[in-house]
Unconditional design. Structure first.
Length: 134
């Protein structure tokens, strides 16, 4: 998560190299399991740090969202997100989570897939992972 002046945001690291590294979800089987190669459950983004003001709250971390569908159809604009929460005052934004879609169909036009960090500027949360596997 993003850091606030009152305390740093929570730290989250990608899986280690022996557990699949940052590419642990590059294959559909790994993505559907929600686990790294060593069996550890993947967690979402961390929360943002607090600020020094009374309103300096950190944003919540984005979760883990795994969708498996043979076909995905949308009409117009649509979003699938695991975004971190916005910061309030001088708090840090929440870290982005993990949003993975496994489908036999291509990603439809107009569909946004995101694991963005919350907040903006110097206190924004770190980016998560968003991937469409077909």
């Amino acid at each position: 998560g993003g850091s606030g002046p009152g305390c740093p945001g929570g730290a989250v690291s990608p899986p280690g190299p022996t557990a699949g590294g940052a590419q642990a979800f590059d294959a559909a089987a790994g993505a559907l399991s929600g686990k790294t190669l060593d069996g550890t459950i993947v967690s979402g983004g961390s929360g943002g740090g607090g600020g020094t003001s009374a309103t300096g709250n950190g944003g919540g971390g984005g979760g883990v969202l795994l969708v498996a569908a043979r076909n995905v159809v949308v009409s117009g604009a649509a979003s699938i997100t695991a975004n971190g929460g916005a910061n309030a005052g001088d708090g840090g934004g929440g870290g982005g989570g993990v949003a993975i879609v496994v489908s036999a169909s291509a990603r439809p036009a107009g569909l946004t897939l995101s694991g963005a960090g919350g907040g903006s500027g110097a206190r924004a949360g770190h980016e998560g992972l968003a991937s469409w596997l077909s």
